[in-house]
Structure formats: structure tokens, C-alpha cells
Ligand binder design. Structure first.
Ligand SMILES: *Cc1c(COP(=O)(O)O)cnc(C)c1O
Length: 465
């Protein structure tokens, strides 16, 4: 295939996409394929000779759609959403064609400068104070790793990168048990170790207990350990837990700990002023991550890391070998110095298209609807004797159990969930909460309607019966 054939094939692909969206509501949300079935349809060996695009496209249509779980299905209520608003898809198509490496200002000035402006637009949209800068990363996991590495370097007087960690004493990071596993993984990768990630107990509202945090830090100092950082959460993955930030940040400041807030999912809702009470105090964090690719509408990958003082993270990761040196390095931003990977995609373009094509009001109204419809579904299920709401909705997420008379709620819920996902009209997933198997519900697909959410009620109750 040649560049001159590009238009022909994008036109063909565009027609496929149009058909795909037109029929998406009729398809099962979760792929209904058997393990290994897709791989079995591919030849075991790579072709020595070129295959014509006609055959490649035909094989795509024959093989791939069956093996897709449809994250863009309006009745995808599992995990958290991973959106692809049409305007963002168009921007990604342009990004694909331009295919710049946006590691240095010089290697893509437009990408760097649009990224800076988009970070500032989002800062304003979420009402964070001026002075917060930021960077677009591929995932919240990468942003959190960056923050943990920054905690490590800051706590070792910026000697970890040079000397390694042996002989440095035990660095300690604190979080609650409600945080995402990406915090654990960041501690593994940063050389801090799982044993030095201290999980602080939570109160009845699943917020980290400030007294327990203070006690843990005090005990660690007495033992000669080095408290390095505090990771907070707004909208934990399991049940949407939100730490009460002010008392925890006050302790971190008094103890000179660097703070990172994981709001990967819930952060998008912070463009709505009425929801901001869940992260009251966020403006005092050193680092905040949220994923516009989850709930805001941007395509994966698009994770924003806001930084109160970007210099600390740049000092942690700003390696500058001679082959990357550029003129005027003092005045310009070279974003590779803010992140672990060197190469970077032009991710800001999809934010620019997204925010303009819908406006903040358009984006807010979707999130508000998701929250309102989720609460409506929650109260309908709550009214039934055979269902129990196990955790109340936080923004657009609640959990429930199927609790038929005389049955074991864990087994009944697991069986119901399997039936629901085999049925395919909706897609839900589970979590283990306080030892109980509970079903999560979260609405957030860009095109989701009230009807879609109410269909979930019909499917859940029909299949339970
Ligand atoms: C989804 C999620 C993550 C991980 O996000 P990635 O971008 O996939 O790394 C981390 N924390 C929370 C709270 C999440 O919801």
C-alpha cells in the first residue's frame, strides 16, 4: 500500500466505522468469543510476500469484530468508561497521519505548545489555581509512577538516580487500601517495594483515617525509616472511595511528604462545580492525575498529570544526553524531561478538538446525566426486596448485590453477573468489597442515554427472575 492509496482506504474504513456505530446498540457489549478462537483464525507464520489491502480488510471484517468487547457501546457499564467521542477520533486520525515524536519542543513545537494550553484549559475548567502546570501521559499508571519516583528522589536528596537505593534506608509511601493497584506497581518499579507501601486503615466512609496516618509516620520515623510520600484518592476504582483531603494533606505538609492524588476516573467530573466537594483541598496536592480518556470523552491514551511545582519532577526525570540537547533549552519545555518514556504521541490534539466540539457545557451535561441516571437506577434497585445496595453512588458508580430470600448473596450475585454478561445487552463487572462479592454499576459512555441506563434495570431484574 502506498501513501497515494491512503484516501481510498480511509474512505473504505470510514464506511465500515459508520456501519459499526449504526449497529453498535444491537451487538453484545462483552465479546462472546471463546478463549483462543481469534488466534486460531490467524496463520501461524508471518507472510513472506505482501498481501493486498483488499484481503487484509476482508480478514479484519471476518475475524476482528467477533473478538471485540465494545467499550463504545452505550450500555457499557463495566470497569470505568474508556471513551472515544467522534471529534476526538477525528483528531486521532490526524495525529496518526502526522505521527510526530513529541519528545522535545523542537521535534514538534505545535504539540508542545497545544499541550501546554490544553493543560491550562483543563486547569481552569476544574478550577485549580494558577501556577499548576502539567503534562499529558499515556496512562494514570505512568503518571503515578512519575509521582512515586519524584517522592523517592526528593526524599533521598536527589541521590537515588545516581547511587541507587541500597544503603538509603527504607523509603515509606502511605495510602489507603482503596487506591488502585497502579500505586502498588509504581512502588515495585521504583525500587521502594510492596512492603514499604503502608496501607492506612479507613473510616466507615472508606476515607483514610488521619490519626492512623499520623501514627504510622511517627512509628516509621522512630524505626529509622524515611517517610517519602502520601498517595490520596478521589474515586477509587473498587467503589469510588474519596479521601477527605484537608486533614491528610495537613499531616503530609507538617511531615514534609510529597502528595499525589489519583483521580483517574472521578477527575473528569471536576469540570462540574457541584461535584467538586469530593476533592475539596485538591489544590494543595503536589501532583494530581486524571484520565480524560475515561469519562471526559478523549480517546485512550490521554492522562493529565497536574504539577504544583514541575521542577521537582523534572529534576527527577530530566535526563538530557548530548544528542537531545536543543537551542534555548532554558526558555522552552521539553516534555520528555517530565516523564519516563522519551517518545511521546501528539495527544493534545484530541483534547483541543474535544473541548471545542462539545464545549465545557456539552461535556458537563453528559457527566451530569450519567450521575443522575446512575442515582435513578440505584434508587430503583434499592426499592426492591431482592436487591441490596452495598455502597451508595459516588458520582456515577454504585455497587449492589442480588440478595434473594434464603440464597447466598455472594453466589447469587456471581451467578447473576455471569448471566447478565452472557446475555450481552449490558456489561457489568464485579469487585470484592469487605469480603463480599458485589456488582459494580457505572455509566459514562459518551452516547449513553437514560433509556440505556433504564434498560440495565430491565435486564438485571429480568435475568434475576
Ligand atoms: C483506571 C484507574 C487507574 C489506572 O489507569 P490507567 O490509565 O489505565 O493506568 C488508576 N487509578 C484509578 C483510580 C483508576 O480508576
Amino acid at each position: 500500500m502506498k501513501y497515494s492509496d491512503y484516501a481510498q482506504w480511509t474512505n473504505r474504513v470510514t464506511r465500515w466505522i459508520e456501519q459499526h456505530f449504526a449497529t453498535l446498540r444491537d451487538k453484545p457489549v462483552r465479546a462472546q468469543t471463546e478463549i483462543g478462537a481469534i488466534a486460531a483464525r490467524l496463520p501461524a507464520h508471518p507472510p513472506e510476500q505482501a498481501v493486498d489491502m483488499e484481503t487484509i480488510m476482508a480478514d479484519f471484517e471476518r475475524i476482528v469484530p467477533d473478538g471485540i468487547t465494545h467499550w463504545q457501546h452505550p450500555r457499557f457499564f463495566a470497569y470505568f468508561p474508556s471513551n472515544a467521542a467522534p471529534a476526538s477520533m477525528i483528531a486521532e486520525q490526524l495525529t496518526n497521519a502526522i505521527a510526530s515524536q513529541c519528545m522535545l519542543w523542537q521535534t514538534s513545537p505545535a504539540a508542545t505548545e497545544i499541550e501546554q494550553v490544553m493543560i491550562d484549559w483543563l486547569r481552569q475548567a476544574m478550577d485549580l489555581p494558577e501556577g499548576f502546570k502539567g503534562v499529558i501521559q499515556d496512562s494514570a499508571s505512568s503518571a503515578t509512577l512519575s509521582a512515586i519516583l519524584t517522592m523517592r528522589e526528593r526524599a533521598t536528596g536527589f541521590t537515588g538516580n545516581d547511587k541507587g537505593l541500597s544503603g538509603q534506608g527504607r523509603l515509606r509511601i502511605y495510602c489507603s487500601a482503596q487506591v488502585h493497584s497502579s500505586i502498588d506497581k509504581a512502588c515495585w518499579v521504583a525500587g521502594i517495594g510492596q512492603d514499604n507501601l503502608v496501607k492506612i486503615p479507613t473510616n466507615d466512609a472508606f476515607e483514610m483515617d488521619p490519626t492512623a496516618l499520623q501514627d504510622a509516620i511517627t512509628a516509621d520515623r522512630a524505626a529509622g525509616h524515611i517517610p517519602a510520600g502520601l498517595v490520596l484518592c478521589t474515586g477509587g476504582t473498587s467503589i469510588g472511595a474519596c479521601d477527605d483531603l484537608p486533614p491528610l494533606i495537613a499531616i503530609a505538609k507538617a511531615e514534609d511528604l510529597y502528595t499525589h492524588l489519583d483521580a483517574a476516573w472521578a477527575g473528569s467530573a471536576m469540570i462540574c462545580p457541584e461535584f467538586r466537594d469530593v476533592w475539596r483541598g485538591a489544590e494543595d496536592c503536589d501532583s494530581i492525575v486524571f484520565n480524560p480518556h475515561k469519562w471526559l470523552g478523549a480517546n485512550f491514551d490521554c492522562s493529565i498529570q497536574f504539577l504544583k511545582d514541575a521542577n521537582i519532577q523534572r529534576r527527577t526525570m530530566g535526563l538530557r544526553p548530548s544528542y537531545l540537547e536543543t537551542p534555548q533549552a532554558q526558555e522552552i519545555t521539553n516534555f520528555n524531561e517530565w516523564t519516563v518514556p522519551l517518545g511521546r504521541r501528539f495527544r493534545a490534539l484530541k483534547l483541543w478538538f474535544l473541548i471545542r466540539a462539545y464545549g465545557l457545557e456539552g461535556l458537563r451535561s453528559r457527566i451530569r446525566n450519567h450521575v443522575a441516571w446512575t442515582k435513578e437506577l440505584e434508587s430503583k434497585l434499592r426499592a426492591r426486596p431482592d436487591f441490596t445496595i452495598t455502597t451508595d453512588s459516588r458520582l456515577a458508580l454504585f455497587t449492589f448485590q442480588y440478595t434473594p430470600k434464603g440464597g447466598d448473596p455472594n453466589a447469587a450475585s456471581a451467578e447473576l453477573l455471569q448471566r447478565i454478561n452472557d446475555d450481552g445487552r449490558i456489561y457489568l463487572t464485579q469487585t470484592l468489597h469487605q469480603g463480599q462479592y458485589v456488582i459494580r454499576f457505572t455509566a459514562g459512555q459518551f452516547d449513553c442515554t437514560r433509556d440505556d441506563v433504564m434498560t440495565a434495570y430491565d435486564v438485571i431484574t429480568e435475568l434475576a427472575a
